[in-house]
Design a protein around this ligand. Structure first.
Ligand code: AMP
Ligand code: GLY
Length: 423
């Protein structure tokens, strides 16, 4: 069959890698993709938000199945455009993608259906938010309602910081319209775990757990980023946590969405905080995490197309999701200065050592120069993933492999997976 993947990051490279290893895929395309993805898929020069052009491409080229990797097109309704034209497409439609598109919606959903999450209040004007915050306990968390490139969350330690935060989100509109509504939420402590799942609107199947490292610098300091590294599975995701979440969170979310007339087909990403009072939902995303996908997908035994097709067809109950009994660690190689400002265009060497079995190098911000050499072209440049029999082995292999790669201004965290030693 012919498959098209939409997106251009490390996540889409991981999806393309899995699809390229599927027995069912004869031709693989990625729009717009990146230089590294071109080694496993034919690149299509159409941007992810150009829904009609993408649907035209799928129709004109007899694409059998399209996979949407990114949040923006999902929240913008790309799946509806494909569905209207009878084109088979993996991902939630616009009504369901609101689970990620509006934090106020997702908080209200959790409250209505008793799904454990932090206490909160939604506000659509700065005066009410300010009055509420003045009476609240610090630290407190402020969240712009809509998509803000993962940057719309402010953790405020003092009242002054919180009042400044209200100004930033609601008055200065730093995150644009995403900040027209704001969630004010109780601050939680504990271990963060990412759980990705496949859903077909009724049934949900959980993938192996993982953990992200969101801050730019070692010791979880510096600015928030898209993610500087991941490991899977998370030792903090115990059998007890799994049992609790299966009983109170996963199926409850899928059932709640169906009851609201928003049946969710695609990947639900549960951002969980394992607190002293048990697991609580930090956030939902409506797609694979990045770089979570870069450690979870290489460990999945199933043919990715079988699973995704079952999500679209409503037959996920027939699928047994299976993961290798091992571990994986991903270390992101970024351009020094990310996430603020950085130079691009440096030549990358050492990419030929990865076997795509034990060692993977997923591309995010890369391009070709005029001579066909790989060059840096973004903040997060590459995700170096290694698998091993356990987390400690995988971590050593991943860090060894980061030495194979050279480019000017290469930057990475040196403590990805440090939490493994404390588990
Ligand atoms: P979100 O995009 O909602 O996941 O928030 C980004 C990051 O902010 C999360 O990964 C957490 O590290 C942190 N965060 C969000 N909400 C809370 C909360 N209620 N308590 C503590 N940390 C939070
Ligand atoms: N790594 C977090 C995310 O994809 O949102």
């Amino acid at each position: 069959m012919k498959v098209l993947v939409v997106g251009s990051g490390g996540r889409e490279h991981a999806i393309c890698m899995a699809a390229s290893q599927s027995k069912r895929v004869d031709e693989l395309y990625c729009a717009p993709g990146n230089a590294g993805i071109s080694e496993v898929a034919k690149l299509v020069p159409i941007k992810a938000m150009e829904f009609d052009k993408l649907a035209d491409f799928a129709a004109d080229n007899d694409i059998d199945f399209t996979i949407i990797g990114m949040d923006d097109p999902l929240v913008g309704g790309i799946v509806d455009v494909f569905n209207k034209r009878g084109l088979k497409c993996f991902g939630p439609d616009k009504k369901a993608a609101i689970l990620e598109g509006s934090k106020a919606f997702s908080k209200d959903l959790m409250k209505k259906y008793n799904i454990p999450t932090a206490a909160y209040e939604n506000f659509d004007n700065a005066d009410d938010a300010t009055a509420y915050i003045k009476k609240a306990k610090m630290p407190i968390v402020l969240k712009a309602d809509g998509l803000a490139l993962g940057k719309g969350v402010l953790i405020c330690n003092t009242l002054d910081e919180a009042l400044e935060g209200v100004k930033t989100i609601m008055q200065d509109k730093k995150f644009g319209d995403a900040g027209s509504t704001m969630v004010v939420e109780e601050f939680m402590t504990g271990h963060e775990v990412s759980v990705l799942s496949f859903c077909d609107g009724k049934t949900i199947k959980i993938m192996s757990s993982s953990q992200d490292h969101k801050r730019a610098k070692d010791g979880d300091t510096g600015l928030n980023t898209g993610g500087m590294g991941t490991f899977s599975p998370s030792p903090f995701y115990t059998d007890e946590v799994d049992k609790f979440c299966k009983k109170n969170i996963y199926q409850a979310t899928v059932d709640a969405m169906a009851k609201e007339g928003r049946a969710f087909k695609g990947v639900i990403f549960f951002g969980l905080m394992i607190t002293e009072d048990g697991p609580k939902v930090l956030e939902y995303n409506a797609r694979f995490g990045d770089p979570e996908a870069q450690v979870v997908l290489p460990r999945m035994k199933n043919d990715i197309i079988d699973v995704m097709e079952a999500c679209v067809d409503g037959t996920l109950d027939k699928i047994d999701l299976e993961f290798e009994d091992n571990a994986a660690v991903c270390v992101v190689l970024a351009s020094d200065g990310y996430p603020v400002s950085y130079e691009k265009g440096f030549k990358i060497s050492g990419l030929d050592k990865f076997d795509n079995k034990e060692y993977y190098c997923f591309h995010a911000g890369t391009a070709f120069d005029d001579d066909g050499n790989f060059i840096t072209n973004g903040g997060r440049v590459l995700g170096v993933t290694a698998k091993g029999e356990d987390l400690i082995t995988a971590r050593k292999k991943a860090y060894d492999a980061t030495d194979w790669i050279q480019f000017d201004n290469k930057y990475m965290r040196h403590d990805i997976g440090k939490a493994i030693d404390e588990a």
